[in-house]
Structures are given as structure tokens and as C-alpha cells.
Write a protein that binds this ligand. Structure first.
Ligand SMILES: O=C(O)c1cccc(C(=O)CC[C@H]2O[C@@H](n3cnc4c(=O)[nH]cnc43)[C@H](O)[C@@H]2O)c1
Length: 219
């Protein structure tokens, strides 16, 4: 059965795409979903509805972290996802769809107000990674007030722009999934010169390659 590796941009998994091409393997497929929740949800929903469902969807990407104890280049597996900017501004306070009553806690596919990954068959290469809570946003957070609000409401370790779309699409379609993120930056006032995309992409692709090798062995 197929492993589907999903990334927002080709740049994030380019070394793995090149390596897979050389290997001639047919049991691993890659999909570039585009950046952002809407494009990731559309691309994944379309792929999962197409038949020949993958045995596992592995979303691989870089991310920002709120946690100064996490180092740039570190890898984490995301357990819980929140939609961080879907809601309403109410007298200067962001309130999500649960808070304003448009969504009900525990409505399918949510657990309470988050999207939990129930998958427990983590490949050996990823099994020792720390588990994280993450928030997905349409706009990379760069204002102190936004960052404080996300930390206070969701206590996330990571921020990405596609994670919640993976969790939502796969929970809705009942397809096993994992979200692997390596840290490229701290969530802070935007300064791209402080990002370390190179280290994050190297670590991401090293882990991907190990995981794909194990997938081969497990077939
Ligand atoms: O400029 C480059 O060389 C480059 C190479 C690979 C990837 C990129 C991206 O810009 C990837 C965008 C992707 O990264 C995620 N991301 C990373 N940091 C954050 C963050 O602090 N907050 C939210 N998302 C973040 C996100 O999932 C984007 O899709 C550039």
C-alpha cells in the first residue's frame, strides 16, 4: 500500500523527490499541496477522494515555534491541531468558532476544540520525536498581541499554514496520517534573516528518507 508524502512547497521535500525518482519506487507518492489551509485541504481532499487510498499520509514541512527551548532544525510530530485564525474579532479579542457558538465542542472530527491524531503506529525513525500541539494560520504570526493570544488560547509549540487541513481531511476520510515538522524559525516579529530553512529542510529530508526506507522494509 502507498505512502503519500504531502508538502506545501516542492522546496521543502525536493531532496526526497529527487531521491525517489532515482530509486524508481512506486509505493511512495508525493503531493505538493500549495501553501495555506484552503489549498492543502483542497489538494488532500481531492487526492483522498480519487480512489487508491494511501495507507498513510505523511505531511512533511517546516514550521515556526513558540517555544524557545526548541532549537532551529529540531523535528517534532504534531499530535493536536487548532485552527488559529478562523473566527471573529470581538471587541479587540479573537474568538474562534467554538467560542462564538458556531461550532460545538466534540463535533466530528474534533476532540473538544482540536483535531487529534489517533494514529499509534509511528515508524521507528519518528517514534522518539517529541509530540507537539500546533496551530494553523493563514497569516504567519508576527505581532506580539497575536502571538500572545495564540499562546494563551491554544498553548501551541508549533505554527504552520497547513497542518490543520491535513488533520481535518484525513479524520474526515478516516485515513491514517502523521504530521512531521522541523523548525525553521521562532514565531516572532518577522525577520527572515533569522530563519534557518536550510537546517530545517536537511533534517526533514533525512527523517523522510529513513521513514521511507522503513516503509520499504515493512511491506
Ligand atoms: O525561501 C525558501 O528558500 C524556502 C524554502 C522552503 C520553504 C519555504 C517556505 O516559505 C515554506 C512555507 C511554509 O512554512 C511553514 N512555516 C514556516 N514557518 C512558519 C511560521 O512561523 N508560521 C507559519 N507557517 C510557517 C508554513 O507551513 C508554510 O507553508 C521557503
Amino acid at each position: 500500500m502507498k505512502l503519500l508524502v504531502a508538502a506545501a512547497t516542492e522546496a521543502e521535500i525536493q531532496p526526497t523527490i529527487a531521491w525517489l525518482k532515482e530509486s524508481g519506487r512506486t509505493d511512495v507518492e508525493t503531493i505538493i499541496t500549495g501553501i495555506g489551509l484552503f489549498s492543502a485541504a483542497f489538494a488532500l481532499g481531492k487526492r483522498l477522494a480519487a480512489g487508491d487510498r494511501p495507507a498513510l499520509v505523511l505531511q512533511a514541512g517546516i514550521a515556526g515555534t513558540f517555544d524557545r527551548n526548541v532549537k532551529l532544525g529540531d523535528a517534532l510530530l504534531v499530535e493536536k491541531e487548532y485552527f488559529g485564525d478562523l473566527g471573529a474579532e470581538d471587541n479587540g479579542v479573537f474568538r474562534d468558532l467554538f467560542s462564538i457558538g458556531l461550532w460545538k465542542h466534540d463535533m466530528h472530527p474534533f476532540t473538544n476544540n482540536y483535531l487529534l491524531n489517533p494514529f499509534d503506529r509511528v515508524p521507528p525513525s519518528l517514534a522518539q520525536l517529541p509530540r507537539a500541539s500546533a496551530v494553523s494560520v493563514n497569516t504567519v504570526s508576527g505581532e506580539a498581541a497575536t502571538i500572545a493570544q495564540l499562546e494563551q488560547q491554544y498553548a501551541p509549540t508549533l505554527e504552520s499554514m497547513e497542518g490543520a487541513a491535513l488533520h481535518y481531511a484525513c479524520l474526515m476520510e478516516n485515513v491514517p496520517f502523521l504530521q512531521l515538522r522541523t523548525v525553521s524559525n521562532y514565531v516572532e516579529q518577522r525577520d527572515k534573516s533569522k530563519w534557518d530553512i536550510k537546517s530545517a529542510v536537511i533534517r526533514l529530508n533525512t527523517l523522510l528518507r529513513d521513514t521511507i526506507n522503513e516503509w520499504n522494509n515493512e511491506r
